[in-house]
Design a protein around this ligand. Structure first.
Ligand SMILES: [Zn+2]
Length: 343
């Protein structure tokens, strides 16, 4: 009704449904309800997701290039002793891709946002499990070998990443409200601590500048910043409105995640090349495939459940699409969805 269409990337938080809100980000939002095509075009436009997308697109290009350059000096694709390292490269590419997908399509509607981030968690959890496999193969502390720790390490890693994907997906459901952030963060921290425990032990108890530990040390310094920026929402929460588009915490978090992966890859390769004890994992490919498949089934289950929970709500969002008149009619949206966005 004479409604002038606005550019898709200049909406304030008062003009969009609450489930799109990010803490401390008060502007630069894309228009809610945009199509797949508009989402793809928006990759090349400036809004508060642009650098979230490009930081992990850049990481994806870097990991692919790094994998290719490594394969020119090592038999990455055919040497079975390098299979866990190959999976590390592939899973790094996987989590970068799922992150790009989540951040590109999360303005279509509430369902696309939740499904996108569930797929993002899937990428992270597969990567976490592959990290555990690689740590056992190349970087396990000598004093832990042939002990109960070695025997239970893969099982504990598998179960913790399965718990992480389940609780992270579950945390997207409205009924969990304010506890959702803890529900998402704590299982990821637990699976991180389990999969990285061999490296933590090496860095603190068996530090040797000649092998991979120097890179693992850098990784742990990086990890402090990674978790710090993700959980604090600094600087945008301290200075609302100043970091809507550039340098908000999630973009910085993405950069530290990619950097942490790079340090880990460097460390694993340094361990491999320095002759640190290699532990062969029988049926490594089968193990990774089974873990990836199990997590995919869990993710699909929650996506399916989410679809039925959200059924019928799309019409409400279509109603909101009408607020391109810029009246900032956000109160309707709060009334209809009741979901507090904590990403
Ligand atoms: Zn992200």
């Amino acid at each position: 009704m004479g409604c002038k269409r606005r550019r898709p990337h200049d909406y304030s938080s008062t003009e969009i449904p609450e489930f799109f809100w990010e803490p401390g980000i008060v502007g630069g939002y894309r228009e809610p309800g945009i199509s797949v095509k508009e989402s793809l075009v928006s990759i090349f436009e400036l809004h508060n997701e642009t650098l979230n997308i490009w930081t992990h697109l850049g990481a994806l290009a870097f990991f692919l290039g790094y994998m290719c350059s490594t394969s020119s000096s090592l038999n990455l694709y055919s040497d079975v002793t390098l299979r866990p390292l190959l999976f590390m490269f592939l899973s790094s590419c996987l989590y970068s891709t799922t992150s790009v997908l989540a951040h590109t399509f999360n303005s279509m509607n509430e369902l696309s946002q939740h499904v996108g981030f569930m797929i993002d968690y899937y990428g992270i959890c597969v990567y976490a499990f592959v990290t555990a496999i690689s740590n056992l193969s190349y970087a396990f502390p000598d004093s832990w070998r042939s002990t109960r720790v070695e025997q239970s390490f893969i099982v504990a890693s598998f179960l913790s990443t399965l718990l992480a994907i389940s609780l992270a997906c579950k945390s997207r459901f409205p009924k969990f409200g304010l506890v959702c952030k803890l529900m998402r963060l704590l299982p990821f921290v637990l699976s991180y601590v389990i999969s990285m425990s061999p490296l933590l032990y090496r860095v603190t108890m068996e530090y040797d500048a000649k092998d991979g530990t120097v890179h693992y040390y850098r990784h742990f310094i990086d990890a402090v910043f990674t978790f710090g920026f993700y959980s604090s929402h600094f600087p945008e929460l301290a200075f609302p409105g100043y970091f809507n588009v550039y340098f908000h915490s999630h973009q910085i978090f993405h950069v530290f995640v990619a950097l942490g992966t790079y340090f880990k890859l460097r460390g694993l390769m340094a361990d491999y090349e320095s002759g640190h004890t290699f532990i062969e994992i029988p049926n490594c490919t089968l193990l990774v495939s089974l873990a990836a498949l199990t997590k995919a089934l869990v993710t699909l289950y929650y996506i399916w459940t989410m679809r039925s929970v959200k059924k019928g709500k799309q019409s409400s969002l279509d109603h909101h699409h009408g607020y391109c008149n810029g009246n900032g009619n956000a109160h309707d949206s709060m009334a209809y969805n009741g979901v507090k966005k904590v990403n």
